[in-house]
Design a protein. Structure first.
Length: 327
């Protein structure tokens, strides 16, 4: 039986790409007692209600994670929380830094405090590759959030609540994916814009991300940062998969963008173990009785998990299948 069966689950940012896929999986395969969707956009909630045919197990909360009192209300009686709400656009963050701090940092603190006070059992916060060795403000706010959720276990040590973090790279089919752009330009016969032909990225599908989060709930004890072992792609190969034969032109790396993605920094390798299909970055400090997994295999001290040095790569044919370009 799944941990989620018969449980009450809250998803912050539940009308985003991940949230909708996660809710669909819960309703179809886990039979939760109640699923609470907290988000700011009433139009997206209206669209989602139709998407799920007004499933009676769903509860809809218009609200913002900046509002602590709204979180307290939404978390009443909740067993498990997925924290997916965040401001995410790199360039927008540079122009609106205070807003990103308010949501990604202070909002995360509100989620932590509300979860502890509401008696939530487990919380998994979603992170991003940009939080590893961040070079932009968005990544810096997400690194703060990661550390807060790990250290939140110290605040919750005398309570039942435990926190963990899941970090992964680009998601095929998510709102920010370049796939729809490449597809539209190919249909128009236009040249495909590539930031840099050397660029590499980690790649994961939405169903894979959902399953990884569900598995993390099952195995977490509190304080872990989980990173899936996933393949990399070359941006040129992605363009060829989506728009075969289309001309390509370079537009240059955007401010705050990396040539290659990183999900585990070299300085974190001393706290990282390999555990099956994932890496586990263990906490810097431990005031709540965290114990490293017995079956975890320590990585090399100079280990770095970066998209250009990965040992798994997606071919053009595999990318065509994953993106639906072969249909």
């Amino acid at each position: 039986m799944s941990l989620m069966t018969g449980a009450s689950i809250l998803i912050t940012g539940g009308t985003g790409s991940f949230g909708k896929a996660f809710v669909r999986e819960l309703l179809d395969n886990h039979d939760p007692r109640r699923v609470v969707i907290l988000s700011r956009d009433e139009l997206k909630q209206s669209d989602a209600r139709r998407l799920y045919n007004d499933d009676p197990r769903l509860r809809w909360f218009i609200g913002d994670i900046r509002d602590r009192s709204r979180l307290d209300r939404a978390m009443h009686g909740v067993d498990y929380v997925v924290h997916a709400a965040a401001l995410k656009q790199v360039d927008t963050a540079e122009y609106n830094p205070f807003e990103y701090v308010q949501t990604n940092v202070y909002g995360s603190q509100n989620v932590i405090d509300a979860a502890i006070d509401s008696g939530v059992k487990k919380v998994v916060a979603l992170s991003t590759d940009k939080a590893s060795s961040p070079i932009n403000l968005y990544g810096a706010t997400k690194l703060c959030a990661d550390r807060m959720f790990v250290s939140g276990n110290s605040y919750a040590a005398a309570y039942e609540t435990r926190f963990a973090v899941v970090r992964y790279g680009n998601v095929s089919g998510s709102r920010g994916s370049v796939v729809p752009l490449f597809r539209r330009l190919a249909e128009e016969g236009a040249s495909i814009p590539i930031t840099d032909k050397r660029m590499t990225r980690f790649w994961i599908t939405l169903p894979q991300a959902v399953q990884f989060v569900l598995e993390s709930f099952e195995i977490m004890t509190g304080g872990e940062l989980y990173v899936p072992k996933i393949p990399s792609l070359r941006i040129n190969d992605l363009a060829e998969a989506i728009a075969p034969g289309s001309p390509i032109h370079e537009i240059g790396i955007r401010p705050g963008e990396k040539l290659h993605e990183e999900m585990i920094a070299p300085d974190d390798s001393r706290r990282t173990v390999r555990l099956g299909d994932r890496y586990v970055v263990m906490p810097y400090v431990n005031g709540w009785g965290y114990e490293a997994p017995d079956e975890g295999i320590p990585v090399a001290e100079d280990f770095i998990y970066q998209s250009d040095s990965n040992d798994q790569w997606l071919s053009v044919d595999q990318l065509r299948t994953m993106t639906g370009a072969d249909r």
